[in-house]
Design a protein around this ligand. Structure first.
Ligand code: KG4
Ligand code: ZN
Length: 416
């Protein structure tokens, strides 16, 4: 765990000396084109991507490397934590080495190492943390523990100027949340999923449909496969119900959508005399209807969050912004659905490109830069840090949102 109060003071004094020393080294010796900018190495291992990147204080991505375990987990039909751990162990050293080599930066030139320590799979987080702790101890580099969802939320600021506060919807394989980002480490949580995350739902539906056997989908994640097939499908063939219509808050629930889809699949299999594990002819229509229902649910809850923010003056009147990120935000249909809500409520919608929506080392390095600039959560190399598989983001306002019981005017999500 984090050090006690007394230890913290001692560590802080020691660390201030260290930081000056490292800042000087970085400023004095670097000649990689980023001037006197401080440099952060980011390391990501919270789920099934081993990522590393070096990012400068000015936001230049100097070098990055990523190893995805997607294909292995597709074969086993889901992430097996021990397999994920083993693969992180096998690749982390090479990935970090590659990121450093591509950036032309030596370890002693780094101002900090930032690593995801929460939330995520315990066994995966443990590999990144152990590697990072050894690295920072060896090179006497300050350490910045990173909250994975904070990093997803802030990535957009690496790519374009976006000032606080802004509303953010984060949707991935492990998370679904709506929050107001008021500062680097200052979030108001408006809503979260009550059961599973939308990426998890799409992955499970894709598995139930055996999309790994589909010639166009064999190397795609469940969410990608659903998006691809949905393009040729007719969503109106399966009018699934959008959940939580009578619950006037901003929380999400996706398990009910999955149950509806599963029941439809079973019915269709029985009707067509097709065995489970064989591709259904109506697979495109089911994909389209599933994607549409997930998109509508996200859009409605986000619309309520926008209205809550407006009623409570949580967003600026000048250029209020909605940021959409996380792996599921790569989905163009979901982006368009959120675009409809943003336009109807006068917000600008910003989504990082797909490569920055899914997990990567760049977003962690950038989170490190943001924290370095604000001098927040920077620890000395010897600090005792633990990983936390479960970690909520920010101050929980979900009860206040529920109590406000805001009714959302109907908006048609009609996307061709
Ligand atoms: O953020 P991420 O890389 O890892 C987590 O932190 O979970 O997100 C991975 C999730 C997976 O569930 C995957 O199916 C989903 O994002 N995903 C998509 C798309 N690309 C990835 N979902 C829908 N449409 C996509 N194009
Ligand atoms: Zn993620």
């Amino acid at each position: 765990m984090f050090p006690s109060k007394a230890n913290k003071l001692i560590l802080r004094l020691g660390w201030q000396f260290q930081r000056r020393r490292h800042g000087d080294v970085a400023m004095g010796k670097r000649s990689t084109g980023s001037g006197s900018s401080r440099l952060v190495l980011g390391i990501e291992t919270s789920c099934d991507e081993t990522g590393a990147a070096v990012v400068s204080e000015t936001g230049a991505i100097l070098g990055e490397s990523l190893h995805s375990q997607k294909e292995v987990h597709l074969r086993t039909g889901g992430i097996v934590p021990t397999v994920a751990q083993q693969l992180h162990r096998e690749h982390i050293e090479r990935i970090v080495q590659e990121a450093l080599e591509r950036s032309g930066v030596a370890p002693h030139q780094l101002s900090a190492v930032a690593t995801t320590v929460k939330p995520g799979l315990a066994l995966s987080l443990g590999v990144g943390l152990e590697f990072s702790r050894n690295f920072v101890r060896r090179h006497r580099t300050p350490f910045i523990p990173v909250h994975h969802m904070e990093a997803h939320a802030l990535t957009v600021r690496l790519l374009q100027p976006v000032s606080f506060p802004f509303l953010v919807l984060l949707v991935s394989g492990g998370h679904s949340l709506l929050a107001v980002a008021r500062g680097v480490d200052d979030f108001l949580l408006l809503g979260h999923t009550l059961d599973e995350a939308p990426g998890d739902t799409l992955d499970k539906v894709a598995r139930r449909l055996s999309l790994a056997k589909h010639p166009r989908c064999s190397t795609l994640s469940g969410g990608q496969a659903i998006e691809l097939l949905a393009q040729d499908g007719d969503r109106l063939q399966f009018p699934f119900r959008t959940p939580m219509g009578q619950t006037y808050d901003c929380c999400f629930s996706f398990a009910g959508i999955r149950n509806q889809v599963n029941m439809t699949i079973e019915k269709k299999e029985a009707e067509e005399g097709i065995e489970r594990g064989t591709l259904l002819p109506c697979v495109n229509d089911i994909a389209a209807a599933t994607q549409h229902t997930v998109a509508c649910h996200l859009a409605k809850r986000t619309h309520r969050a926008v209205l809550f923010c407006k009623a409570n003056k949580l967003l600026p009147s000048l250029e209020p912004t909605l940021v959409l990120s996380g792996g599921v935000a790569s989905n163009q249909y979901i982006r368009k659905a959120l675009g409809i809500i943003a336009e109807a409520s006068g917000l600008r919608l910003l989504c990082p490109p797909a490569k920055f929506c899914t997990d990567n080392g760049v977003m962690i390095a950038w989170n490190g830069v943001e924290r370095l600039r604000e001098e927040k959560g920077i620890l000395p190399p010897d600090a005792d840090v633990s990983y936390e598989p479960k970690a909520p983001l920010g101050t929980d306002l979900t009860s206040r949102v529920k109590a406000a019981a805001i009714r959302v005017p109907p908006i048609r999500i009609n996307i061709s």
